[in-house]
Design a binder for this molecule. Structure first.
Ligand SMILES: [Mg+2]
Length: 368
């Protein structure tokens, strides 16, 4: 194979919270929770996002704000700092981050508001040491110009680059050269790999397969009896560093989406999330029928008065596991919903579609 690429994945560290911390000149050691009004623990809304100090209490986005309060109360009895997101702040900061990153990439793909893939193969003239130096340079340029933390993963595939950026977070850089990919997956839990959803991970665990190297050493045939043949083939390719290394601006027209308009504009977050869940289920029914998987998830919120916001996130590999998309959609909603505003319409869409399987594998797919 002559199409070896050098992919860099950049992921900003607790982006929303970091931007707020900077904007309001806050102490990053104090747990910061962004979301709806907690009303002393009786609030009915959700957490938009939080900083690392708050994550130590197990708080995360889309969690009920009352649950966050229970784990880390705010004043006067607790140390948590509860705030409503500042509108427009994140988009402006994101644009500045992406401008810096895009300058150095041959091909550039913004995967979400705080995440991007860069193909830098030609820029660094195929030199992995130069790619590492470039990541360091990007990290310090973002820090100096914007006072924001970021983490980088460098690898020959999207998955390896993406997992690398998670490896030493925050302010981490992790490089996996082509000859190190197998080692990277040694003793790595299957469930830590994006593209292996909780359902598949559980099925693997039931067969005594916990790690990627265990899966690999079984070989494609035996592994295909535990999970589907298609998934087995794919897992082998992951460990061999042969999954997608394509970086492309997300402009695919092909997508499947559903929307729901409320009969009355509503601020009831639980109701909106319930509707969103129904939309996700209907989209996945269609995906199953068409036997396709997707690499892009998008959530649309239209407020009273027709102002419409869409947010998306792309994942490193196309997949069809509903639980993964559900979690992403809930996070996207939580991060972008402007608390207390009345919602008129909610929508869910998947894009960057891919055919799921060859005819041959369908014959074997009796379990699904
Ligand atoms: Mg991030």
């Amino acid at each position: 194979m002559n199409d070896e690429r050098i992919i860099i994945h950049c992921d900003m560290d607790a982006f929303f919270a970091a931007v707020e911390t900077l904007h309001h000149d806050l102490n990053p050691e104090i747990p910061l929770i962004l979301g709806s009004d907690p009303q002393g623990g009786r609030g009915r809304g959700i957490v938009s996002t939080c900083n690392y100090a708050a994550r130590k209490y197990g708080i995360h986005s889309a969690m009920p704000i009352s649950e966050a309060w229970r784990r880390c109360p705010g004043a006067p009895h607790g140390t948590g700092l509860y705030m409503i997101s500042t509108r427009g702040l994140y988009r402006r900061a994101s644009r500045k981050v992406m401008e810096i990153l895009a300058k150095y990439a041959d091909k550039f793909e913004q995967a979400s508001i705080d995440e991007a893939y860069l193909d830098v193969t030609d820029y660094v003239k195929n030199d992995w040491d130069k790619a590492l130096a470039l990541a360091r340079q990007l990290q310090s340029e973002i820090k100096e110009k914007l006072q924001l933390g970021s983490s980088f993963g460098i690898g020959p595939t999207r998955i390896v680059a993406k997992m690398g950026s998670e490896e030493n977070k925050p302010a981490g850089i992790h490089i996996t050269r082509p000859e190190q990919v197998m080692e990277f997956f040694t003793q790595r839990a299957c469930r830590a790999v994006p593209g292996i959803g909780p359902a598949s991970a559980t099925r693997l665990a039931e067969c005594g397969i916990e790690t990627m190297d265990e899966a690999y050493s079984m070989g494609e045939l035996a592994l295909g009896r535990a999970i589907s043949e298609r998934s087995a083939k794919w897992m082998i390719r992951v460990v061999e560093g042969r999954t997608s290394n394509e970086v492309s601006p997300l402009r695919s027209r092909k997508s499947i989406g559903k929307e729901h308009t409320f009969s009355k504009d509503t601020t009831d977050v639980e109701l909106i999330l319930k509707r969103l869940e129904m939309l996700i289920e209907r989209v996945f029914e269609r995906m199953k029928k068409m036997q396709i998987c997707a690499r892009l998830v998008e959530v649309k919120i239209r407020y009273k008065g027709f102002e419409t916001h869409t947010v998306h996130r792309s994942i490193p590999v196309a997949m069809d596991e509903i639980s993964v998309f559900r979690r992403l959609a809930n996070r996207l909603f939580a991060e972008s919903y402007e608390q207390q505003r009345a919602v008129r319409l909610v929508g869910f869409r998947v894009g960057q579609l891919d055919m799921q399987a060859s005819k041959q594998t369908i014959l074997f797919n009796e379990e699904e």
